[in-house]
Write a protein that binds this ligand. Structure first.
Ligand SMILES: C[S@@+](CC[C@H](N)C(=O)[O-])C[C@H]1O[C@@H](n2cnc3c(N)ncnc32)[C@H](O)[C@@H]1O
Length: 278
C-alpha cells in the first residue's frame, strides 16, 4: 500500500535523466524535474511504490523490458495531428507529379520516423490515395515507427475520437474513415482498410537502432517534431543516417522549429523545414 509519495529528489531525477539519455537519446533539462515527477507519479501509485528510487530499481530489474516501455511512454511527448504543417502538404501537392515522374518502377517508399499515434502516416497514406490518379498501379509502402509501444498500439487500431479528426477536411473524413461508436459510447472514426494496408507499423529507436536495413530505401522521410528533444550531436548523427537511408534526391521533412544546420553538405534546403538529399 502506498502511504504517501515524497517529491522526487535531485538524485532520483538524475537516475532517470541519465537512463533516458542513454537509452532514448532525449536530453531532459534540469527544469523538467516537476514534469517527470508528474508523469511518473501515476505509475508509482499504480504499482504501490513509495519512492522514485524504488521505481527506478523496479524498472531496471524488469527483464521483460515492459516497464521500460511504460517509462518511455510516460516521458515522451506524443502531441500530433492529422495534416500537421500545412505548408508541407501544399509543397507535396505541387511536387507530386515530379516525384511520381521519377519513379519508373511505380514504387514509393516513405518513412514516418516518429509517428506517434498514427495521424502522420495516415495523413500521408490518405494524401497519396487522394492525389495519385492511377493509384491502383502503384506499389506504395509507408513505414511508421515510434519508440513508444503505447502510441503504436493506438496507431495500429486506426480509431480516433472526434477531437482528433478536427483538422481532417470533411470530404476526406467521409471518404477515408467510417464513423462508429467507441467502447465508451462516444462517436469514433475508424480509418478504412485500404489506407491501413498501406502502412507497416513497428517499434524503432531513432537513436540506438540500426539503419542498415534501410540504406537507399526511402523516397521521402518525415522526421517531424522529435529531433528537438535530442542534443546537437545526436541530431547530426540521425540526419547522417537519414542521408544514407534516402534514395538520391530523396526528401526529408522536419518539424517547423527544427533545422539541419550541421549537415549542410548532405542536404539542401528547398523550403523551410523541407530538405533534399544532395
Ligand atoms: C511530438 S511527437 C511527433 C509526432 C509526429 N511526427 C508529428 O510531428 O506530429 C514525438 C514522437 O517521437 C517519439 N520519440 C521520442 N524519442 C524517440 C526515439 N529515440 N526514437 C523513436 N521515436 C522517438 C515519441 O514517442 C513521440 O511519439
Amino acid at each position: 500500500m502506498t502511504t504517501g509519495l515524497n517529491d522526487i529528489s535531485r538524485d532520483e531525477f538524475k537516475l532517470f535523466q541519465d537512463y533516458i539519455y542513454k537509452n532514448v537519446g532525449i536530453s531532459l533539462a534540469d527544469h523538467k524535474i516537476t514534469l517527470v515527477q508528474g508523469r511518473l507519479s501515476k505509475r508509482l501509485r499504480a504499482l504501490g511504490l513509495n519512492s522514485y528510487k524504488e521505481y527506478y530499481d523496479y524498472m531496471i530489474a524488469d527483464r521483460t523490458g515492459e516497464e521500460e516501455y511504460h517509462l518511455i511512454s510516460a516521458i515522451s511527448t506524443n502531441v500530433t495531428q492529422f495534416f500537421r504543417e500545412s505548408s508541407q502538404w501544399d509543397f507535396l501537392k505541387e511536387q507530386l507529379p515530379n516525384i511520381l515522374a521519377q519513379k519508373a518502377d511505380k514504387k514509393l517508399r516513405i518513412w514516418s520516423a516518429a509517428c506517434s499515434s498514427g495521424e502522420e502516416p495516415y495523413s500521408i497514406a490518405i494524401f497519396l490515395h487522394a492525389n495519385i490518379r492511377d493509384f491502383s498501379q502503384w506499389d506504395i509502402n509507408i513505414l511508421a515507427s515510434d519508440i513508444s509501444k503505447r502510441v503504436l498500439t493506438k496507431a495500429q487500431s486506426g480509431v480516433y475520437e472526434e477531437k482528433d479528426v478536427q483538422g481532417v477536411p470533411r470530404n476526406l473524413l467521409t471518404s477515408y474513415f467510417t464513423a462508429r461508436q467507441s467502447e465508451a459510447g462516444e462517436r469514433a472514426y475508424q480509418i478504412i482498410d485500404p489506407i491501413k494496408k498501406m502502412i507497416t507499423f513497428r517499434m524503432f529507436n531513432l537513436v540506438y537502432d540500426s539503419f542498415n536495413l534501410f540504406y537507399s530505401h526511402f523516397d521521402i522521410i518525415f522526421c517531424r517534431n522529435v529531433m528537438i528533444y535530442f542534443d546537437a550531436q545526436t541530431q547530426q548523427r540521425l540526419i547522417s543516417s537519414y542521408h544514407k537511408t534516402l534514395i538520391d534526391k530523396g526528401l526529408l521533412f522536419v518539424g517547423h522549429s527544427e533545422s539541419l544546420t550541421r549537415n549542410k553538405d548532405e542536404f539542401k534546403l528547398l523550403k523551410p523545414s523541407i530538405y533534399q538529399k544532395i
